[in-house]
Design a protein around this ligand. Sequence first.
Ligand SMILES: [Zn+2]
Length: 85
Amino acid sequence: MNMEAVLPQECERARARASQALDCELSQLERAHLRSHLDGCESCAAFVAELREVTHELRAAPLPPPSLHSLRFSHPVQETHGRSE
Ligand SMILES: [Zn+2]
């Protein structure tokens, strides 16, 4: 499969999926679509690799001691995290 001209829209979709995938919100089928896009799109593959690193750092970062209150909301909330870019 050689996709020389990848539609930017497809790239945006792939990147949105990538962030969802990191939150385990994608179905197997959606993940398969994402992977097939990444196979043919170097820039998205790089984007996802970077996204994974950032996400890993965020999750590995020291958090305030868990309280009963925060434990109830341990599932990551869908919102922007004030990225500097
Ligand atoms: Zn792409």
